[in-house]
Write a protein that binds this ligand. Sequence first.
Ligand code: B12
Ligand code: SF4
Ligand code: SF4
Length: 363
Amino acid sequence: MATPISNFEAFVKLAAENAGFDAIGIAPAADAPELKCFPKWIAAGNAGEMKYLEGRDEQGELKRSSLGRVAPWAKSVVVCAINYNTPNPYSTQVHDPARGWISRYAWSREDYHDAVLRRLKQVETALRQAFAGDRELTTRSYVDTGPVVERVFAKYAGVGWIGKNTCLINQKKGSWLFLGVILTSLDLVPDLPAADRCGTCTRCIEACPTDAILAPYELDSRKCISYLTIEKRGSIPEDIRAGIGQHVFGCDICQDVCPWNRKAPASKAPEFDPRPGLVNPDLKWLAEMSAEEFREVFRGSPIRRTKRSGIRRNAVIAMGNSGDKDFLPLLDSLTADEDEIVSETARWAKTRLLESTKKTRDI
Ligand code: B12
Ligand code: SF4
Ligand code: SF4
């Protein structure tokens, strides 16, 4: 028989802590004012080719703009955050033209979707056991893939505030956090929303190399290096390639420069330890990677999302931006690569490299 529980809020938070989460809070399953921005964001085309964000219900309304549409039974949202930081340099601290940058979240040994969902399921199981025999309990866990704008609920659960770079920032832990949510039919007492602590700071907006943060809290994915290097299939528009710099998968700049990440603690979860070679990776290694090596190196890694073609395309762009003419022979051979995206990008990269090294010689 289940033990009667007098304080479900404390129970669920303890269960989440036991599962390894670093910050936990409860938000009402209500429509927060921030969700009003979502339809405008979609209408402006800011989602780029991420069509899954545009899912609509039978009435034609965007599913993500209201939890009531997709989970009318949900009363509370338990938001769980886990730190993925490791004691390695920030992208803004390394400058080696032969090397690229993979964003911090993607170095991990296990894909975060799996690592976070496994823990959420643990919390769900604890709740179910406490509720044994009660048919009223409904729960559903999501990491990314559900029709939920997770950061908005994280804010109202008091886990952190939404920064001007649009990332969720916790006052003590910074923003190197993955989020997961458990929708529940339990009517739990919510936490207080986290206060915005960005103040007059605008570092992230100024540091973004592609001006993707159009205004505080408003990001245009089509300009964001994270979108371009991970989500964008095929060819990347030429006019934005220079801004991508040395990034080959994701981008951390707007978080690297954030004062709240200056003293960010390291994660306790071993699955976020970096795989060998991924912190500041060798560009030549990535561009020449065979299909077999790609499968081997990135098995169970979030980097599989961009596929081999994508990571090679990105490495070629980074070489073009490197200013390192030692890449010229490799780029020359890649102009005849069997992957058309890679060969076209290599032609651009070769021209850019020749122009940039010529300019340096002329100075
Ligand atoms: C699509 C997506 C992306 C897209 C779009 C990002 C974006 N800013 O929207 C791309 C591919 C660019 C991306 C990049 C990254 N992502 Co992402 N992404 C998502 C995903 C799947 C959906 C986000 C979404 O709905 N965006 C739509 C916009 C409208 O929502 P939003 O930016 O959250 O905006 C809200 C607020 O800004 C808000 N708002 C708040 N205050 C205010 C104030 C004012 C005045 C206004 C006008 C608006 C406003 O209004 C919006 C709600 O309508 C979520 C998971 C999820 N299901 O939520 C992960 C998620 C947001 N991503 C995550 C991560 C880790 C990243 C990267 C750091 C990865 C990387 N290193 O490359 C970058 C960060 C880039 C950045 N600065 O945001 C984490 C964020 C964790 C955190 N601490 O914030 C999430 C939560 C995944 C997870 N489960 O952990 N991502
Ligand atoms: S992730 Fe990079 S490109 Fe995207 S908004 Fe932040 S700094 Fe700009
Ligand atoms: S860099 Fe400054 S403005 Fe940007 S999210 Fe951090 S504190 Fe806020």
